[in-house]
Design a protein around this ligand. Structure first.
Ligand SMILES: C[S@@+](CC[C@H](N)C(=O)[O-])C[C@H]1O[C@@H](n2cnc3c(N)ncnc32)[C@H](O)[C@@H]1O
Length: 233
């Protein structure tokens, strides 16, 4: 059992690594911050002071520690719970943990799981090219017809409107980014992206040339055996 009073006897000494750790975290305006294994909550309260606009939460398995933390009356949502059951909400931008993981069996797997769950909104390599899908489906035993086309769309670009490629992306690829950011960070991201798109897709004679690449695959099942038949000797 954890005794908050005993633990806090060396609060300054125990707190130093926490502050050294936080000094290396560059987040400016995180939406939500979580302190896992927050103990008596004094250090968690300093997170709320650093990021007053963030929703700050502290989680600890010890009811005694959490009672002590709640008594601080800090703007932090403290709760009793096991970090092995914790799953990040979509708006969690900073996860802090000090002097916890050595107490948690299986913490290496836990770190891997958290890293995957906190993956960014923008996916890397979300699709293959036509060769990739043709190979995949041929291996699955299909007869495949695959190709790629690039449609060059000439999008109207009125001077008083947003860049048309930005508007195009807002309907598709930017949706998860919008969902992941608050209004201020979205406005900042959008302005930076608009400047880059304007450079990458310049407006000429009131229009933007927008190469729009599509991959087509027609796959017919049952047409071929999954692997070429063995050659007879
Ligand atoms: C050494 S204290 C650190 C407290 C605080 N992070 C700090 O830096 O002062 C370790 C804390 O981890 C908590 N803890 C240990 N195993 C845990 C688990 N599986 N889930 C949640 N908390 C846990 C304990 O209850 C204890 O409060």
């Amino acid at each position: 059992m954890w005794d908050p009073a005993t633990y806090l006897r060396y609060r300054d000494e125990r707190g130093r690594p926490f502050h050294d750790l936080l000094a290396r975290v560059p987040a400016e305006r995180p939406r939500a911050v979580v302190d896992l294994g927050c103990g008596p909550g004094t250090l968690t309260a300093s997170l709320a002071a650093r990021w007053p606009h963030a929703r700050v939460a502290g989680l600890d398995a010890s009811a005694e520690m959490i009672d002590r933390a709640v008594a601080l009356d800090a703007p932090v949502d403290f709760a009793v719970g096991d970090v092995r059951d914790w799953r990040p909400a979509p708006d969690v931008d900073v996860v802090v943990s000090n002097a916890l993981l050595q107490w948690v069996p299986g913490h290496r797997e836990l770190l891997t799981r958290w890293a995957a769950a906190l993956a960014p909104a923008l996916r890397e390599d979300p699709v293959d090219d036509a060769v990739g899908y043709a190979t995949l489906l041929t291996r699955a035993g299909c007869a495949v017809d695959a190709w790629e086309s690039t449609y060059v769309h000439l999008l109207p670009a009125p001077a008083d409107a947003d860049h048309p490629v930005l508007t195009w992306m807002e309907g598709t690829a930017l949706r998860p980014v919008r969902a992941a950011l608050d209004d201020a960070r979205w406005a900042d991201f959008r302005a930076q992206l608009a400047a880059r798109l304007a450079a990458a897709y310049p407006v000429r004679q009131g229009r933007v040339c927008f190469p729009f690449r599509r991959v087509f695959v027609v796959a017919r099942t049952g047409a071929r055996p999954p692997h070429p038949p063995e050659e007879s000797p």
